[in-house]
Design a binder for this molecule. Sequence first.
Ligand code: AMP
Ligand code: MG
Length: 334
Amino acid sequence: MTMETQIVGCSKDGLSRAKKYIEEGEAVAFHTETVYGLGANAFSDEAVLKIFALKGRPADNPLIVHVHRDYELSRLIDGEPSYAAALRKAFLPGPLTMVYPSTGKVSKYVSCGLDTLAVRVPSSPAAQAFLREVDLPVAAPSANLSKHVSPVTARHVFDDFNGKISLILDGGACSGGIESTVLDCTGKIPQILREGLVTREMIAAVAGDCLVYKRKEGEKPKSPGMAYKHYAPRCKTAYCHSAAEAKALYAKESEQNGKPCILCESKAAAELAGYDVLDLGGTGEAMAQRLYALLREGERRCTLLIGIEPTLRGGVMQGVLNRFTRAFGGNYEA
Ligand code: AMP
Ligand code: MG
């Protein structure tokens, strides 16, 4: 089925149309501070299944439920440890998703049969306005086709879903740029399942301690989404560790009449005058903000995207490197 896809601002009219679609069981794309989400009524089996179908998302990769800041969490979660209450106070609304024991009230398809529920309270004013308007828990993964690069502008969402959804609520470019930190809050000590803008250090400073989940060989992952190929641009890719290596790959692609392009941090870009370079910036925050937009820019304009692994470490770089290497087909481990 094709339909006209409209990009609208978060005006009164835009919000009331979004509410109508959500109540009718349709999916609506909306802005958050991390990436754009593709949302549907979390109470409705049919609406939630629509999200999986639209994205081509594997049926065992659970969704995050988004609520506004005053939503009564006890409707969704069955109690919380004291560190979780402190973390909520410190970081919400914001780019932190917390995994709790579920009350089982939302559709069973949200968590793909797990007895836990991932909950997030996004901070972007556009997301808050949308969630307040619908006043329902909204199940939403990132608004990209499965495996493709996550969207950080309304246009990116349009490029993946034109003709497939009715409405994109435009809140501008996403300031954070990578997906939320996913934190398991079901144990004695909080455990990061997916790294993001809220770092281990930030969580440990509030909760006293924080673990980072590492999947053991052959073990089923705790956060199923981390097992999949992700964030992949739709052009050939190559991965290297120095400007010299990138120059050699660049020359080879040019000789074969291809159009190469190099994605790297500012420090490496400085050694690449005269080359087509996409500059990620020099800080972790800048790299997080630019990564997905530049991966999409790369796939648009080149035949081979050459990534040079950033050398910067610490803070949000863990989350950035995880996405960066996976976009190039690798699996970053610290
Ligand atoms: P996305 O919204 O596309 O960024 O993906 C959501 C991420 O949250 C995936 O990595 C999921 O595996 C993870 N997630 C969602 N619900 C749960 C849950 N109940 N337990 C563990 N991880 C979850
Ligand atoms: Mg995603």
